[in-house]
Ligand binder design. Structure first.
Ligand SMILES: C[S@@+](CC[C@H](N)C(=O)[O-])C[C@H]1O[C@@H](n2cnc3c(N)ncnc32)[C@H](O)[C@@H]1O
Length: 199
């Protein structure tokens, strides 16, 4: 049995100081990807940003058109306290599925894995990403490569290359689903770096 997790589930993890997904810094794959981006004008969304390390990194690198989004008010508040110079109107405390906007680039970092791993829920994520990205825009980041454990009740929920190909290929051109060579040591061999371009 898998569940859908409300914002209170995540807020409780933050309040308990039990957020094992938090690397305390930007992940190496995301850092390397960002370091290769040239266009500082890109409008970028980081959904399910949690502690927001990717957002902080982007902003400091000069990507001023970057948006933080997380439906845990606690996570968003913590981010605002930590990043006093970051524009408050670019900190969105909202449900991803209620959010509207259009972005050139959306970055994925342990967000997909937060949703119940049903076909319907995963298709809903893909459709929403599609809706939020400009034609030709990019969804990039890391997705777990470990397979789903049918007995697993809580996130993170993994997936397979075949599943990612099937889910994304209808609406996105799959530019890469590569075994991640620069994962954090504890995540090595467990994630793909993916780049999907909206058709
Ligand atoms: C596993 S944590 C990852 C946080 C961050 N990306 C990281 O890697 O440290 C998942 C985050 O997604 C947020 N989240 C889950 N479902 C969401 C939704 N429907 N809308 C917005 N945020 C959501 C949670 O509040 C949580 O902060």
């Amino acid at each position: 049995m898998h569940f859908t997790f409300k914002s209170s589930y995540w807020t409780d993890r933050y309040l308990e100081n039990h957020a094992p997904w938090d690397l305390n810094h930007i992940s190496r794959p995301l850092k390397e990807y960002i370091d290769h981006l040239q266009d500082k004008e890109l409008k970028i969304l980081v959904p399910g940003a949690g502690p927001g390390h990717e957002v902080s990194y982007l902003y400091r690198k000069g990507f001023k058109n970057v948006y933080y989004l997380d439906f845990s008010q606690k996570a968003a508040d913590e981010f605002a306290i930590k990043e006093k110079d970051f524009p408050v109107d670019q900190i969105l405390s909202d449900d991803f599925f209620n959010h509207s906007g259009k972005y050139d680039l959306i970055l994925e970092q342990t967000f997909f894995c937060a949703f119940e791993p049903s076909e319907a829920a995963r298709r809903k994520y893909v459709q929403k990403m599609y809706d939020l990205i400009h034609p030709g825009g990019i969804l990039a980041g890391v997705w777990w490569s470990f397979l789903l454990n049918p007995d697993q009740e809580n996130p993170p929920y993994g997936g397979s290359r075949e599943e990612y190909e099937r889910l994304f290929s209808e609406k996105f051109e799959i530019q890469k689903i590569d075994e991640c060579y620069n994962s954090e040591p504890e995540r090595m061999g467990k994630e793909y770096f993916c780049v999907f371009q909206k058709r």
